[in-house]
Design a protein around this ligand. Sequence first.
Ligand code: 1GP
Length: 242
Amino acid sequence: MSVKERLFRKSGASYVVLIDPEKLDQATGAETASRCSAAGVDALFVGGSTSDEAQFERVVTAIKSTSSIPVIIFPGNAHQIVRSADAVLFMSLLSGRNPRFLIEEQLKGVPRIREYGLETISMGYLLVASDKPSAVERVSQTTPIGRDDNDCALTHALAAQYFGMDAVYLEGGSGVGLPVPVEMVRHVRQGISIPLIVGGGIKSPDDAAERVAAGANVIVTGNVLEATGSARLLREFVQAVR
Ligand code: 1GP
């Protein structure tokens, strides 16, 4: 079964944990992956703002050597395409108008994806405004979609679908105070037929469950588990999403 088929279940939603190799060493990365796997987390996204390629590769390799959980690169730039991963999100920041993140970084990544034979999961990445500017907004220098602009979000999501992309990601931004509004998740879900990933600022199993009820196919969390590291909270997230 491909990583894509495992990520986008035929029934029920998936829960993914985001790991940033800049914030942990190999041992901690491997330990976190084992804990996620034991709790029933469906996959790991590995990505971040770092461009330290060697550190990125070390953490992914350590995770793969200790755990069978699928590792999917969620690249911040083309340097984060590494051989040891299972798949890569081939994503375009469609909500922005910065050519670097629409197509330029992707072109830089193509030769390595080809060389390593990595599975690609194509994704329209849509940044949604929160209570404060997110790191993605700062780094990409793009304007997010307004929190109440449901039609703008849907139009962009449909553009991803019409391009033939595998999925849409509604991103609130890592570590923000307010996740993507439930109403926006519902509006986009009702208008598209491809899988919908939602992440950024999700802090509780209830936050996650509300977005699954509104139609999210995949929920992504990062900071909440980095802060607590709690195995119980991990299991609660798995239960809430399923
Ligand atoms: C960021 O959606 C992810 O791309 C995770 O965000 O760290 O806020 O959970 P958080």
